[in-house]
Design a protein around this ligand. Structure first.
Ligand SMILES: [Zn+2]
Length: 138
């Protein structure tokens, strides 16, 4: 299943993200505490929340939980996730084609294949001199 967004955290910001994503019918995963926020609950007095000056943490948390329930928002903290990078030799090749011709010439003149690693998943792609010459042609 594909998601538009993943929310990590169930404090005020995480809840706000969940509310907005739900409002815009986005498909998302929400990782956090089923009780939303211990920090909020423990606050004696909250004076820095728009529209709710002077409430206790418990009152604010109750309002958060009510809002969460009304929208049917669920924290999906038990799903396992997997990071998948969609890099490919073709994409790395396109990235190499943005290097200046002079720099590519320097690499080609060194006479050895090069290895380029994806910055996201660390997968290594090897380019032989002939491939580098093709990239240089554009
Ligand atoms: Zn990658």
């Amino acid at each position: 299943m594909r998601y538009d967004c993943i929310i990590i955290g169930s404090g005020p910001t995480g809840l706000s993200a969940a509310i907005n994503l739900k409002t815009y019918n986005k498909n998302f995963l929400w990782f956090g505490n089923a009780n939303l926020s211990e920090k909020v609950e423990k606050a004696e007095l909250v004076n820095n929340y728009p529209g709710l000056c002077g409430v206790s943490g418990k009152e604010l948390l109750a309002a958060f939980l009510e809002h969460k329930e009304k929208l049917g928002l669920e924290i999906t903290d038990t799903l396992s996730t997997q990071f998948v990078c969609d890099c490919s030799k073709e994409k790395v090749s396109r990235a190499l084609s943005t290097i200046s011709k002079k720099d590519l010439d320097d690499i080609i003149n060194d006479g050895e294949s090069i290895e380029v690693k994806c910055q996201f998943c660390n997968k290594a792609y090897t380019f032989e001199i002939d491939e580098l010459k093709e990239i240089r042609k554009g």
